[in-house]
Design a protein around this ligand. Sequence first.
Ligand SMILES: Cc1cc2nc3c(=O)[nH]c(=O)nc-3n(C[C@H](O)[C@H](O)[C@H](O)COP(=O)(O)OP(=O)(O)OC[C@H]3O[C@@H](n4cnc5c(N)ncnc54)[C@H](O)[C@@H]3O)c2cc1C
Length: 321
Amino acid sequence: MSVLVYTENWDGKFKKLSYELVSYGSKVAEMLGTTTTAVTIGNVNDDELNTLGKYGADKVLCLQSENLKNLDSQLYTNAIAKVAQDEGSKVIVISNNNSGKSIAPRLSVKLKAALGSGVSQLPLSTSPFTVYKRTFSGAAFAHVVLKTDVKIITLTQNSFDIVENSKQVKVERVDFQTDAPKTVVKDVQKQTGKLLLTDAEIVVSGGRGMKSPDNWGPLEELAELLGGATACSRPVSDEGWRPHEEHTGQTGKIIAPNLYIAVGISGATQHIAGVSGSKYIVAINNDKTAPIFEVAQYGIVGDAQKVLPQLVEAVKEIKGK
Ligand SMILES: Cc1cc2nc3c(=O)[nH]c(=O)nc-3n(C[C@H](O)[C@H](O)[C@H](O)COP(=O)(O)OP(=O)(O)OC[C@H]3O[C@@H](n4cnc5c(N)ncnc54)[C@H](O)[C@@H]3O)c2cc1C
């Protein structure tokens, strides 16, 4: 028996998210008195695979197959299920990101395993196995009991700190036999040079209070200075002020950065549903009664067009730019 952690890699590299998952999985394994096996799919070199040992993986399996070159949720589900069965894993940890969301429910059906999705803390108890998650668009918390023998957890990004917990890791490469994918990906064109919103640790986001698409300059500058990404509320993308991929919220992207700076955003529940997992929320709004201040740890009551340039100057001074 072990805790199995599915760790995604991007062109052979792990990201912070992968280390969060392994840190989390190894803590769950400690609670259960067992070991942690990480599984990844694709071409990853030994040095990179070994990094997972630093965060608590006892064993790393790297599955390789031409048929698994691109994410195919059915084939990836079958592969992870096979590894889970071979390893006798009773708990499987997967990210609650887009690929995790496409794999975990399939895995749940295949293994007849209860699924705790969007979990944000270590289990509250292992007997009964009880996980903690946000519910009702982040307005409440739920304690969910997973009653099946095998359990699946999808972990919310950025909800669990990376913990160093060095282990003597055993790395194994598996030439994995699998069917050919039913859907063939002919070409993948990746966006390069741009930080993905879902990967960003700092996000600067604008709402209707920005007044016009022409006012985004200081907001973009602040995001760039902080090494972050830009986002927006839904009406802003609906108006065509900003691209749709920046829209966060219930009907847009769900993000959980360390810092979310909401500028001219009222804080409607549908918006908060997408950002409530952020570690810190800073609100800039000229209405001190705006609901965003109820969820923000820090707030500035003021005109965005005056506050943003001052923030940009302050950050430049700190960074010596
Ligand atoms: C089914 C459904 C799904 C939805 N999904 C989403 C979603 O995924 N994401 C989303 O964002 N919304 C979503 N919405 C819309 C949501 O209800 C809100 O209407 C929307 O979030 C409001 O966007 P906003 O905060 O930019 O604009 P507003 O609500 O208009 O707020 C603008 C804010 O800017 C402030 N302001 C004005 N001038 C200034 C200034 N000069 N300086 C500083 N502050 C200023 C105002 O005080 C106000 O608080 C959804 C709605 C429905 C019905």
